[in-house]
Design a protein around this ligand. Structure first.
Ligand SMILES: NC(=O)c1ccc[n+]([C@@H]2O[C@H](COP(=O)([O-])OP(=O)(O)OC[C@H]3O[C@@H](n4cnc5c(N)ncnc54)[C@H](OP(=O)(O)O)[C@@H]3O)[C@@H](O)[C@H]2O)c1
Length: 203
C-alpha cells in the first residue's frame, strides 16, 4: 500500500480519497482552504492527513482534483515541489452547457499542465470519464487513462488495480484531448436517459 496525495477538497477529492483509503492506502489532502481540506479528510477518515498547500506532497502519485481553469496555476504554484511525482489530473474542460470542450487538439489541459510542470514530472489524465458517485461506490470499474510515459502509466495501472478497478491504458499525452471529449460523451449519455450512475467500459 502507498501514500497518495490529493490536491483539492471537493467532490472528486473525497471520492478518490475514500476509495483509496478503503483499499488500505494512506491519503493526504492539500487545499488552498485548510478548513475545507480538514473537512474532506474527516469525510474520508482512515487517518487521512492534511498537508500544506504548495509544499512537497507526501505521495508519489498526486491527484489534481481542482477545476480546469485553475489547474495550470496550481501546478505553477507548486513548482519544483512536484519534481519526480506522477500527477493524475481529473479535469473536464467543458464549455458553458457541457456540449463541447474549450481545449484544442494538442493542447489538452493535461498537456498544458505537463508544459508547466517540472521536466521530471509525469502528467496523466484519469477519472474525468467517471462520475464521482460511481468512483466512490465499491465494485469493479473500467478506468481509461492516458499521458506520461509507459513506466508512469504502469505504476498508475497498478494503483488502479489495487482499488479493484480495471486499468485501461489509452496511450501518451497526445490521447488526453480525446479523453476530454469522452467526458462530453459521458455527460450526453447521462442527460439523455443514461443517468448519472452510468459508466464506460471496454470489451
Ligand atoms: N464531480 C464529478 O463527478 C467529476 C467527474 C469527473 C471529473 N470531474 C472533474 O474533477 C475536478 C474536480 O471536480 P469536483 O466535482 O471535485 O469539484 P468541486 O467539488 O467544485 O471541488 C473543486 C476543488 O478545486 C479547488 N479549486 C478550484 N479552483 C482552484 C484554484 N484555482 N486553486 C486551488 N484550488 C482550486 C476548490 O477549492 P475551493 O473550495 O477553495 O474553491 C475545490 O477544493 C473538476 O475539474 C471536474 O471537471 C468531476
Amino acid at each position: 500500500m502507498s501514500i497518495i496525495t490529493i490536491i483539492g477538497a471537493g467532490n472528486m477529492a473525497t471520492a478518490i480519497g475514500s476509495r483509496a483509503a478503503e483499499h488500505g492506502h494512506t491519503v493526504e489532502i492539500m487545499s488552498r482552504d485548510t478548513v475545507k481540506a480538514q473537512a474532506a479528510a474527516d469525510r474520508i477518515g482512515h487517518g487521512t492527513t492534511v498537508g500544506t498547500f504548495g509544499a512537497r506532497p507526501a505521495g508519489d502519485i498526486v491527484f489534481l482534483a481542482v477545476l480546469y481553469a485553475g489547474a495550470v496555476d496550481v501546478v505553477e504554484q507548486y513548482g519544483d515541489a512536484l519534481a519526480g511525482k506522477i500527477i493524475v489530473e481529473t479535469t473536464n474542460p467543458f464549455n458553458a452547457d457541457a456540449t463541447g470542450v474549450v481545449t484544442t487538439p494538442g493542447n489538452s489541459v493535461t498537456q498544458q499542465i505537463a508544459a508547466a510542470a517540472p521536466a521530471s514530472t509525469q502528467v496523466l489524465k484519469a477519472f474525468n470519464t467517471v462520475f464521482r458517485g460511481v468512483l466512490a461506490a465499491e465494485g469493479p470499474l473500467d478506468v481509461f487513462f492516458a499521458g506520461g510515459d509507459a513506466d508512469a502509466r504502469a505504476r498508475f495501472a497498478a494503483f488502479l488495480t489495487s482499488l479493484g478497478m480495471r486499468p485501461l491504458d489509452a496511450g501518451g499525452l497526445e490521447t488526453t484531448h480525446a479523453l476530454e471529449w469522452v467526458g462530453i460523451l459521458l455527460m450526453g449519455l447521462a442527460r439523455n436517459g443514461g443517468g448519472f450512475d452510468v459508466a464506460f467500459g471496454a470489451k
